[in-house]
Structure formats: C-alpha cells, structure tokens
Write a protein that binds this ligand. Structure first.
Ligand code: PLP
Length: 366
C-alpha cells in the first residue's frame, strides 16, 4: 500500500534514549512520562517498548493509567494530576495507580475512606511553579494529616516540579531544589524532582526517581540544543509526498492571502500535509523541508491539507517523491523554532489522520 502522509515511530531509539537518561542519572530510578498518548507517539506502543528498561511510568490522568494496566503494564504508575472526585478512587485502587495529592479537597476525600492501605500516594509540593502542590507552610500539617489517614500507604512519597529547569542559568531551579530538600528532609518516603531538563542540567535534582519525558522521545528540552546534540535519537519522523510540481513566474504569489511571492521564476512543490495533520500553521516561509536528500524552504501559508515549497528552477523533484517534515536528519527542534513553538506541541499535535508505522530497525515498508 502506498502511504501518502505518515509518521514512523523508530522503536529501537527507545533503548538508546533510556540509556542516555541512565548515563545522566545513574543512581536514580526512571519514571517514564507517557502522558498525552506518549507525547503523540502512542501510549501502548511506547509503554511496551519502555517496559524492559524503566522502573515506573507517569501519566497525567486516571484514565491514562487504567489504559496502561489494561495493556498489561505491571510497573508502578504515578498519576501526576491525581484525582478530584471520590468516585475516582475506585479505579485508582483497582488498577493500583499512585495519585499525586496536591490540594486540600483531595485530602478530605482520602480522610473519608475507611479501607486500610487503599492507595500509595505522592504528596506534591509547590516549590515555585505555582501550578499544583502544597505551599511550604502547609507541608508539615498535610504530612500529619496524611500520616493519620488509614487509607494511605506509608511512608508517603514526595515530588515537586520545576518551572525553569530548561534555563541553565536560572538560579530559581537551585532555589526549588533547596526548598524541596529542606521541606522533605525528615520524611523517609521516596522523592522525585527532575524532569528531562532537570536530569540533564541540574545534577542536584537527581533524587530517588527522575521523571523523564521529552528526552525519551529523542527531543531536547532546551531551546538552544537539538536532541541529536545531546546524544538522543528521535523516536518520531513525519513524512509525506509531493503531489504536484508547478511553474511560477517572478512576482506571482503562492497560497492563501498571497503571503509569499516568488522573487524569480521557480518550481513550486505541493506536499500533502497541513495543519489538519498537525504540521504547524504558524511555520514561517523558510522553514526547511527535506526532499530527495536536500533541504528546500516552505513558502506561503500552511493550509489544512497542503504546504508549498520552493524547489528551485533546476529541481528534478516529481510528484510522488517522498518528503520528510521532521526527523531523519531534520531536527524537530528546528521546525519548532521556525514555528515559534516547542517540539512538545508538534509531537502531541499529530492528528489521527496521519498513519503511524512502527520501525524496529529493519526497513519499514512505506
Ligand atoms: C510532563 C511532566 C514531566 C516530564 O517533563 P519533560 O520535560 O517532558 O521531561 C515531569 N514531571 C511532571 C510533573 C510533568 O508534568
């Protein structure tokens, strides 16, 4: 079958990227963060590929954890957003998921439970992110209350999240690390601070568990570095095909709004991918696209189903030729920069219209 627009998930990159996490954090256990459909790569596919290599998983929502258990995942699974209603405790218990406890309403729900050791939990401390978590002055009180809570397994575990760890010069991360250590020094449970940027840039953030997300997918958490430069291998590549090659004269505009006009006579390639597939609408003219081993610039507006590129007058490219939008030598970090976004949104944004193929090192049949 000829595929027009498809992503390839290079599953053999997973072991390599986990090894890179181990190299950076040799003493920590790895909690693989696979929320949001494993950052758009496919929850079950990525979970099974990671299973032999990591000690635990983290997801955002209870339903994501349930899906993992139903897929046969046996490691510990942390639910980063925890729960908001008592009815959710049933699934958390049945599927042995470990919610984060970050606010008073969750505490009240736990206190109303009478079943002993119902749940293992992670107490989330707000050390400066100001999103989820208990404030410093609340921590000892929350600890006392949770310690008396029969439904909660002891010892309690603790986590916090960094606001600016991707900025290697921002001392805020050091302040967050110091505060977390201070607040949890007397408590015996397991502790976790670092996301990918924390793992790579802030050694002091490596406690019992590190929470690796974006780097497992071969992508850099830093805006000035690519995953390849960090020794990572991209897990996803995105591909399509030329569906037309057209001549335009100097001064003619291409696409919606006449945003781009050709300075000279050239050949325009039309590629079957657009924002309806997850290619970013805000990619600027000049964004590189890989065709037949060479880079050509995107020109004009990204439409729903198509983009246009300037192939150059001498191009021999033809309809049917395959095109790489990111991955395979064209860093997704570059595409994110040209689109004023971060690579996280690009991988999460690939839509269900795009076929997903798996590669395990052998050639995939595209
Ligand atoms: C998403 C997330 C992570 C992983 O972050 P990356 O930057 O992808 O490594 C870790 N911890 C929490 C709380 C998160 O929400």
């Amino acid at each position: 079958m000829i595929r027009t627009t498809y992503a390839v998930i290079h599953l053999d990159a997973i072991a390599h990227n986990v090894a890179r996490v181990r190299l950076a954090a040799p003493k920590a256990k790895i909690m693989a963060v696979i929320k949001a459909n494993a950052y758009g790569h496919g929850l079950q596919r990525v979970a099974h590929a990671l299973e032999p290599y990591v000690e635990g998983f983290a997801v955002a929502r209870v339903q994501e954890g349930v899906r993992l258990r139903k897929a046969g995942i046996r490691q510990r699974i942390v639910v980063l957003e925890g729960f908001t209603q008592s009815q959710e405790l049933h699934d958390l218990h049945q599927y042995q998921l470990e919610p984060s406890i970050h606010a008073a309403h969750q505490l009240a729900i736990l206190q109303s439970q009478t079943v002993p050791d119902l749940l293992a939990i992670w107490v989330k401390l707000d050390t400066g992110m100001n999103r989820l978590g208990f404030k410093s002055h609340e921590v000892s009180g929350v600890y006392e209350q949770l310690s008396r809570c029969v439904a909660v397994k002891k010892p309690l575990n603790f986590m916090t999240h960094f606001a600016n760890a991707d900025d290697k010069n921002d001392v805020k991360t050091l302040a967050q690390i110091r505060l977390f250590n201070e607040l949890t020094a007397e408590y015996s449970g397991e502790k976790s601070m670092a996301n990918s940027a924390g793992i790579l840039a802030w050694e002091a953030a490596q406690t019992d568990w590190v929470r690796a997300g974006i780097m497992l997918y071969g992508i850099s958490p830093f805006s000035d570095t690519t995953g390849l430069q960090l020794g990572l291998q991209p897990l996803m590549s995105l591909h399509s095909r030329l569906i037309a090659v057209r001549d335009v004269n100097a001064g003619e505009t291409v696409g919606y709004s006449g945003l781009w006009s050709s300075p000279n006579a050239t050949k325009i390639g039309v590629i079957a991918i657009g924002y309806g597939d997850g290619y970013p609408r805000y990619a600027r003219s000049g964004t590189p696209v890989l065709i037949n081993g060479g880079l050509v610039p995107l020109v004009g507006r990204v439409s729903m189903d198509m983009i246009t590129v300037d192939l150059g007058l001498d191009s021999t490219a033809q309809a049917g030729d395959s095109v790489t939008l990111w991955g395979g030598g064209l860093p997704i970090e570059t595409i994110a920069q040209w689109s004023d976004t971060i690579p996280y949104t690009l991988v999460c944004g690939v839509t269900p219209r795009v076929d997903i193929l798996e590669s395990t090192g052998h050639r995939v049949d595209h």
